[in-house]
Design a protein around this ligand. Structure first.
Ligand code: NDP
Length: 283
């Protein structure tokens, strides 16, 4: 396994296991399997509603806590300094731990400046070892850093072969912020697992499309967070550190970039639902 160094000096594994959309009843078994395979970064979130099961799996695994890089995210319901701080304490309770290695702001929505202050305070008080953001496009990202003078250790953003974020990553790199790629397989959209370019390249190395897709993102200095509920696929997705893509392979995959999101749009029905509820509750 490889690691990269954060702006805090801490080491972060370059591959992590993501638990988005894993129902609570399956989550503990999945995380135990992932830890058994060798994953040491676990990515959850308050909004995934499975922090408790992640915590149970870690406790049951017998792996020393300090060997696991545990991260979660503050959801938009808890935006604002006080609410966010309280939500971090609640996350720690659910995760059955005294600290997380990384806490992210899940979305730049509501009083996320207040949330950022809560993260700073949580770090000072030892509740989080490092903090960062997620889904911050370059404009919000630069605004946050320039206004606070505090640089997030990580920005977790959608990144896969069809949306490579090349220009945006230049911005984050200038500040020394590391990028974590969410949906590194684009959740299988656009037939990623059967993409003929990946298949042709993979054949040279005896690797699957999934492995080539992850290797590409790793070679672009991103952390990858593949999700699978199947142990055999967890093993496959973890087996990406014993081959290198050639310059020609890298260019062929770079050419697959469509440079636009496959998930986010200005009309996001989930966000509109949230806004309607938010306005109703406000009265
Ligand atoms: P991924 O791109 O990781 O794709 C997951 C899908 O790929 C699942 O359907 C899985 O099926 C399938 N799959 C996994 N491995 C293989 C394989 N080797 N061969 C064939 N199919 C495979 O999508 P996610 O959305 O889950 O993203 C990964 C993680 O990123 C999340 O779990 C979460 O931690 C993070 N994330 C963060 C977001 C944010 O807003 N910050 C948003 C979205 C994700 P199966 O499980 O059946 O194997």
């Amino acid at each position: 396994m490889d690691y990269m160094t954060l702006n805090t000096g801490a080491k972060m594994p370059t591959i992590g296991y993501g638990v988005f959309q894993i129902p609570p009843e399956e989550c503990k078994r999945c995380v135990l399997d992932a830890l058994d395979v060798g994953y040491r970064l676990i990515d959850t979130a308050q909004a995934y509603r499975n922090e408790a099961e992640v915590g149970e799996a870690i406790a049951e695994s017998g792996i020393p806590r300090q060997e696991i890089f545990l991260q979660s995210k503050v959801w938009i319901d808890h935006a604002g300094e006080e609410k966010a701080y309280a939500s971090i304490e609640e996350s720690l309770q659910k995760l059955k731990t005294d600290y997380v290695d990384m806490m992210l702001i899940h979305q730049p929505f509501g009083d996320y400046y207040g949330t950022y202050r809560a993260l700073v305070k949580a770090k000072e008080n030892g509740l989080v070892k490092a903090f960062g953001v997620s889904n911050f496009f370059p404009d919000r990202f630069v605004d946050l850093v320039e206004c606070t003078g505090i640089v997030p250790a990580v920005n977790q953003i959608e990144s896969h072969i069809y949306y490579q974020q090349t220009k945006a990553r230049e911005v984050y790199a200038r500040y020394g912020t590391k990028v974590q790629a969410w949906a590194p397989f684009a959740e299988g959209k656009m037939n990623l697992f059967r993409n003929p370019v990946l298949a042709r390249i993979g054949k040279q190395y005896g690797k699957s499309n999934a492995q080539v897709a992850l290797r590409y993102l790793l070679s672009r200095d991103m952390v990858v967070l593949p999700k699978s509920v199947h142990k055999a696929r967890m093993v496959e997705n973890f087996d990406v550190f014993n081959f290198e893509l050639s310059v020609e392979d890298m260019s062929a995959i770079a050419a697959l970039d469509g440079d636009s999101s496959l998930f986010l749009s200005h009309y996001d029905p989930e966000m509109v639902k949230f806004l309607i509820n938010y306005m109703k509750n406000k009265g």
